[in-house]
Design a protein around this ligand. Structure first.
Ligand code: AMP
Length: 440
């Protein structure tokens, strides 16, 4: 038997329905914030990730799925979304659009060759978004609050936002120097990766999973102390807007993010869930004002965020959030004999076109077995089509919950179903209190 590759998973059944629901909530909220959906290729030139995510990043040095295609081109399965989106922005000259900034969102699988564990996979899905073309601190605050609103709308209770600022280029360089000065005398206490990072990108040492509990890490200089006045002021504004929006946040100097392209605001969002352990960071992002230019576009400020959907699903499960998943069929159509089957085919088509979830028997079951199947599918109503009723243009419709049966005219069937079924899919968007309609 051929099994799925290590670090991947199959999503089907009720889990697939949960994924679809979560994706729908994301789509709805992104629409309210006026973002448009974007789809970019699963693979891109390897160079794109070397130049954006960075040659010294763990993602690029150890985790990419690289291959040479049959034409000899070096390709990489995308490990994250921003690089592809920015490549697309530049290639399609979106900087020339009259409407700015450009706000894009995605929901797509990513690939990283990591050691698989709970909440960490080799193929995983991220939803994320980018605001390209604005340097306004309001966009930083909005990007953060939007993530919080999505998590809350889905039903996560305790969300913690940790923010930090790396400052502008000057501040970042000053900080970089301070870090090198701090870590150099302790170089032998650091892991071999960090030894290399010291020269290439010392900020990354702060992200190290191996060295994170060492004293030399705890006493490391903090970004905040190296921000110049301008960067400090900017950070203050972001915090002010966040407060106005009612977002609870903490300034955490440890948040520096793993990728090369960040400056100014960086942030991570945790779901505070008991037993969730190291996987409690469900999303993160930051400002990347230099990336568009780095990828040969015009100098363009931007900010983005990405969240792991797999991890978000796990968080929802652990918090026992009940998603309003429809696990019911509206109507199960049975027929006494082949004579009524043609009419069943007609009705099935008609009712489905009217928006109802209708099922029938495709296995030539007995009526008794048909009732059992209707029960398995949680059908709200059952109709057994029989010649006698149909001659009078009537059907007997049985409510499986109340066990009551009504005899109604076929012409009234749609109206009858409309009256008796709350439409689960008619979701009203209220971000503060997303309307979790009862399935019944
Ligand atoms: P990153 O792009 O590394 O900043 O990750 C952003 C989010 O993606 C994280 O907070 C996780 O929720 C998710 N994520 C990153 N790597 C993985 C992975 N290997 N498996 C599952 N989710 C991941």
């Amino acid at each position: 038997m051929i099994t799925k590759p290590k670090g991947t998973k199959d999503i089907y059944g009720i889990e697939a329905k949960r994924w679809q629901y979560v994706s729908k909530v994301i789509d709805d909220i992104m629409e309210k914030y006026n973002y448009t959906f974007i789809r970019v290729p699963v693979f891109e030139s390897s160079e794109l990730f070397h130049r954006s995510v960075g040659d010294a990043s763990d993602i690029v040095t150890k985790e990419t799925y690289d291959f040479t295609d049959r034409g000899g081109r070096k390709m990489t399965l995308r490990p994250e979304g921003t690089a592809g989106v920015v490549r697309c922005y530049i290639e399609n000259k979106m900087y020339g659009l009259s409407s700015q900034p450009v706000k894009l969102y995605y929901n797509m699988p990513m690939y990283r060759y990591e050691r698989p564990q709970a909440g960490r996979y080799r193929e995983f899905t991220q939803f994320g978004y980018e605001v390209i073309g604005s340097d306004d601190p309001l966009s930083d605050a909005e990007v953060i609050s939007l993530a919080v609103n999505i998590y809350k709308a889905l039903g996560l209770k305790e969300i913690k936002v940790n923010i930090n600022s790396l400052g502008d280029d000057k501040s970042r360089n000053n900080y970089r120097e301070a870090l090198v000065k701090h870590f150099k005398p302790h170089i032998n206490e650091l892991c071999s990766d960090c030894k290399e990072r010291l020269e290439k990108n010392p900020l990354r040492i702060l992200d190290c999973k191996v060295d994170q509990d060492k004293d030399v890490m705890k006493s490391a200089p903090k970004t905040i102390d190296y921000l110049n006045e301008e960067s400090k002021e900017r950070f203050e504004k972001v915090k002010e807007y966040l407060s106005v929006m009612g977002v609870n946040f903490e300034v955490d100097p440890k948040v520096v993010r793993g990728l090369d392209y960040y400056n100014h605001t960086v942030f991570e969002i945790e779901a505070k869930i008991e037993g969730f352990g190291a996987q409690n960071v469900i999303g993160g992002g930051g400002r990347y004002n230099a990336l568009v230019e780095e990828l040969d576009g015009p100098k363009t400020p931007a900010i983005g965020f990405a969240s792991g959907l797999d991890r978000l699903m796990l968080a929802l499960e652990m918090e026992e959030v009940e998603l309003p998943i429809n696990d019911k069929v509206d109507l199960f159509l049975l027929y006494v004999s082949d004579d009524e089957k043609k009419y069943a085919a007609y009705l099935l088509n008609d009712l489905r076109k009217s928006g109802f979830i209708v099922e029938t028997d495709y296995l030539n079951r007995s009526l008794k077995a048909g009732f059992k199947q209707a029960d398995r599918l949680n059908s709200r109503f059952i109709i057994v089509l029989n010649d006698e009723d149909l001659k009078k243009n009537e059907v007997r419709i049985k409510n499986t919950k109340t066990k009551e049966e009504d005899v109604i005219s076929v012409d009234a069937l749609i109206y009858y179903l409309e009256e008796n079924i709350n439409d689960l899919y008619d979701m009203d968007l209220n971000i503060d209190n997303y309307d979790h309609k009862d399935a019944d």
